[in-house]
Design a protein around this ligand. Structure first.
Ligand SMILES: [Zn+2]
Length: 692
């Protein structure tokens, strides 16, 4: 954002100054020549004659900048790049922002060689200044980096394109179908009607089920039930287990308001109130031990009848749980006291809360009773992370996903997830809700715009090549002694060659909802929630690979990551754009940029190995130029460039990587403690390694 703001304020200042000047000039009678050029705005009165401004002097001086002359094609010594640079920094060009028509500074395209030579200062002493010294100098202390400065604006442009390039009449996939019916429902003020239809649908889903099975079924729609289910990594981190997690008990006032707003009668509300009061009023010593049969009964109902229920039907799969399920223990206690009729009245309130939560993800809190919105807000605050979609978080560029992120992403409830939308135009509100619900479809839309099949084909080849190179590096390269024993090296190297690198959105969408034209937006959102639940449970119940975990970041994010203790790597489409990748890049540029990123992630296979397996004498010598807190990132960097040597020349490796990591000011990098070295140093040390 920073470069953009800076340049637009320059433009505004320029045009204000220009307007004042013309107004002043038109009030003065001057020599014809002077008058003409002043009227045209391409001269000013010479400063030496300012005192004579009102005295009839005809002297003037040229007011048109060199840049403007170049733009007007009056300079003979310029390239297309310098001609279109205008007020922007070296390495950038002026361009028109498509949606608004405003001028902006954007990265100067450079291909087939990706190195943007106009950003560099060949006479400088340091590697990073040679790679991007002119660009850095022009930033004068702004906090920005060459590889990332346009990440947010590109992400916004792609999103604008998806938001405004949509015509409801041509809606075909679930994402578009949801947006189409959402827009028409919002525009006609029929959201409350649709919510009551959804409420009836969910009520019918529970027909014939006992209390515990009703809990399970509601939980499979991601409703806020007393107990929830999700897949989670097993203790070794190499597979999945189905797990029960503590849910939620609503207060007396909340459950009463929710039932009232859906038109439920006095007796249902009274029973639900009594049930909630008993459950929440019990002291911990009143609660009984939870039986496995109780948890399993609810768990089975969450997946029975779906395409992932085989192991559960056969009886070979049970869910793991602990006695920490306090909400469920309270629920079971109240069930014991009041019986099934009261429990079902309470669960009808959970149904009402579930539909309200989904509705609020589209319309915001408006239209909800105060206790209902307060309860949803309260549950939402339990999250330690910043969720942006079902199973997705917003990550800082330097943040690494953790095991806790994985667990949280697979167990997200809509109410702990959806922020109340700011009431906006239907087009925007419906897009925002669709993006939160249909993460896979959104990724595909982003992938198609940013990457495309041609670049994807080249990347597939490149990724295979990098897996092979890193394997060889770990076995016999310059960095191999980082891991002390040959047995460990061999194991880690084979892990590299069998790594799975996923690019979200690159595969065709499968599955999808069975919808009819009478399904409104709240119903579609509810059905989609269940599809997401079943997809996530399928990781455990279908014994899927750890690498089949859905991406933890949105496709527009300019980042790549490896899941710790696995060989699963994700490249987000947001990183598969210049200056890291482009279909127009030559092979050396592609290898030195995005190839280096892939090799870096695979290099983490060695750095994730316990520190006791490292050869510390070798490590401290190899990384003498790094502080020890950055050793894991430093080692991944050095393994990556070492893997690429011979495939790409040392000069190219150095100039490409140090341009990617060039930043202003000198020490710019992650804020607070981070394993990542500061940016300019990162490039300098890579160059130092290849040229040592
Ligand atoms: Zn890293």
């Amino acid at each position: 954002m920073e470069p953009e703001l800076a340049s637009s304020s320059v433009l505004v200042l320029g045009s204000v100054a220009f307007a004042v000047f013309v107004a002043a000039a038109s009030h003065v009678s001057l020599c014809t020549r002077q008058y003409d050029c002043l009227s045209n705005g391409d001269c000013i009165v010479a400063s030496s004659s300012m005192s004579a401004w009102f005295g009839g002097s005809c002297s003037f001086q040229n007011a048109v900048s060199v840049t403007s002359l170049e733009l007007a094609n009056m300079s003979s010594s310029a390239s297309l790049a310098t001609m279109s640079r205008g007020v922007c920094s070296p390495g950038e060009i002026q361009s028109v922002r498509s949606a608004s028509g405003l001028m902006r500074c954007s990265r100067q395209p450079s291909f087939p060689d990706a190195f943007v030579s106009s950003a560099g200062d060949p006479s400088a002493n340091s590697f990073h200044m040679r790679a991007a010294g002119k660009w850095i100098a022009s930033k004068r202390g702004q906090k920005t980096s060459f590889g990332f400065f346009d990440a947010e604006s590109i992400s916004n442009l792609v999103e604008d394109d998806i938001v405004y390039g949509f015509d409801p009449r041509t809606a075909h996939n679930d994402f578009d179908r949801f947006r189409a019916v959402c827009e028409s429902t919002l525009a006609s003020g029929a959201m409350a009607f649709d919510a009551s239809t959804t409420y009836a649908f969910l009520k019918a889903e529970l027909t014939g089920l006992d209390v515990l099975k009703s809990v399970g079924k509601l939980s499979s729609y991601l409703c806020d039930t007393p107990v929830n289910f999700a897949s989670d990594l097993n203790a070794d981190g190499n597979g999945w287990v189905a797990k029960a997690i503590d849910g939620n008990m609503f207060s007396v006032e909340t459950i009463d308001s929710a039932l009232y707003s859906f038109g439920d009668g006095f007796f249902t509300r009274q029973r639900a109130r009594e049930f909630a009061e008993t459950a929440l009023g019990a002291s911990l010593s009143d609660l009984s031990v939870i039986e496995a049969s109780q948890v399993n009964s609810a768990f089975e109902a969450s997946v029975l009848g779906s395409n992932i229920d085989d192991a559960v039907v056969i009886g070979s799969y049970t869910v793991s749980f602990t006695q920490d399920l306090i909400s469920f223990a309270r629920f079971l206690h109240a069930l014991g006291v009041h019986g099934a009729v009261h429990a079902k009245a309470y669960l009808r309130g959970v149904n009402a809360m579930c539909v309200s939560a989904i509705r609020s993800s589209i319309t915001g809190a408006s239209g909800l009773e105060a206790p209902v919105s307060a309860a949803l807000e309260g549950i939402r605050k339990k999250s330690n992370f910043n969720p942006v979609a079902l199973g997705r978080f917003e990550f800082d560029v330097f943040a690494e996903p953790t095991r806790e992120h994985v667990a949280a992403s697979l167990s997200m409830r809509p109410s702990s997830l959806f922020s109340f939308a700011i009431v906006d135009l239907p087009r925007k509100s419906c897009f925002d809700a669709a993006k939160k619900l249909f993460s896979d479809a959104y990724d595909k839309l982003v992938f198609d715009r940013l990457v495309g099949s041609e670049l994807n084909t080249r990347l597939t080849t490149l990724i295979a090549e990098m897996k092979g190179r890193v394997n060889t590096e770990l076995l016999s390269g310059q960095t191999r002694f980082l891991i002390a024993s040959e047995a460990d090296r061999t194991r880690i190297a084979s892990f590299a060659s069998s790594a799975v690198v996923t690019i979200p959105g690159s595969e065709p969408l499968t599955g999808g909802l069975s919808l009819s034209s009478s399904d409104g937006p709240v119903t579609i959102a509810l059905k989609q929630s269940r599809l997401v639940f079943l997809d996530n449970m399928g990781l455990a119940l279908d014994f899927r690979s750890v690498c089949e975990l859905p991406a933890l970041m949105a496709a527009t994010t300019r980042n790549a990551y490896i899941l710790s203790n696995s060989n699963c790597v994700w490249l987000l489409p947001g990183i598969l754009v210049p200056p890291l990748a482009s279909i127009r890049y030559d092979q050396s540029s592609l290898r030195s940029r995005i190839g280096y990123v892939v090799a870096h992630e695979l290099g983490h296979l060695a750095t994730m190995s316990p520190l006791s397996t490292w050869n510390w004498t070798f490590a401290t010598t190899l990384m003498a130029n790094y502080t020890s807190s950055t050793y894991t990132e430093a080692a991944a960097d050095l393994i990556a460039v070492s893997s690429l040597r011979g495939l790409v020349s040392d000069g190219e490796l150095c100039s490409h990587t140090s341009q990617l990591w060039a930043a202003s000011p000198a020490g710019y990098g992650p804020q607070g403690p981070s394993p990542h070295p500061v940016m300019n140093l990162r490039g300098d040390n890579l160059c130092g390694f290849v040229f040592r």
